[in-house]
Ligand binder design. Sequence first.
Ligand code: TRP
Length: 334
Amino acid sequence: MIGDKKVILSGMQSTGSLTLGNYLGALKNWVSLCEEYECFYMVADLHSITLRQDPAQFRKSARNLLTLYIAAGLDPHKNCIYFQSHVPQHAQLAWVLNCFTYMGELNRMTQFKDKSAKHSDNINAGLYTYPVLMAADILLFQSDLVPVGKDQLQHLEITRDIAQRVNAIYGDVFTIPEPYIGKAGAKIMSLQDPTKKMSKSDENPNASIYLTDDKDTVIRKFKRAVTDSEANIAYNDEQAGIHNLIDIYGACTGKTPDEVVREFNGKGYGDFKMAVGEAVADTLSPIQTRFDELSKDKAYIDSIIKDNAEKASYYAEKTLRKVMKKVGFTEKIR
Ligand code: TRP
């Protein structure tokens, strides 16, 4: 708790361009939380170097992600938006937690298995201990709630295990975090394979809508979206492509699946795809305009980066000192 508010922390990795899936599934839902909760949203740049990054590209996409958080509607005066690497307590706590995490636990992480299969030339120790850094992110702010997608639930589970283990040894050190299951964030699937999640690391650019895609690109990608031969707009699991388009249209217009089905009753897939494309382009356009404005205002973004890193460090340091003291490190002479 900070004051009388529960704490929320989440983050995204700063590599690749964010997709419509990241926006509708996560970012859009974060925007409404700041009145009720004390929210921290980091650009998880320390996590990014578990895979090799080109330095210039990495620096640019990290800043773009932070800017996009704001452009998408996160008020940086009501939400603490910062770079993980600017708050060294993340890495410090991660070291301590490493010593309370078992290799057996890390061996079970499915994301590690997937990523090491995909990047077999670079299975580094950071990739392996990635969940411990994520645990540090969460526990550093004594977070109560963590909005995460399904793919990250296992990491949240290990975070809880580590926190409980530390608490059992040293007394009350950490708040035990829970997953935040809000208004179901839409789960957006690939436009080329609607059984797969839309992902920013998809090699086929037609599979994902990027938040930076212009209207023509958006419409072209929806025209090419994989559907089926039913020629009937219905909301069911057999028609995964149409199901996905209904979800996307619904998320952009605020309509329920039933309403969407009724609206397009008797219409062809061509018309429907066009309407979805338009709705998505209309959703993205104000974000893109704001992003362009913000990107030009270097001084403003710099001030947000600086002020929020200070704010995050303040809370992070409080927890870190408590942990160091409980574990038995000698206190620094100040
Ligand atoms: N691992 C998360 C992802 O790839 C990003 C992340 C890092 C995160 N630290 C976090 C998410 C802490 C929630 C809380 O999506």
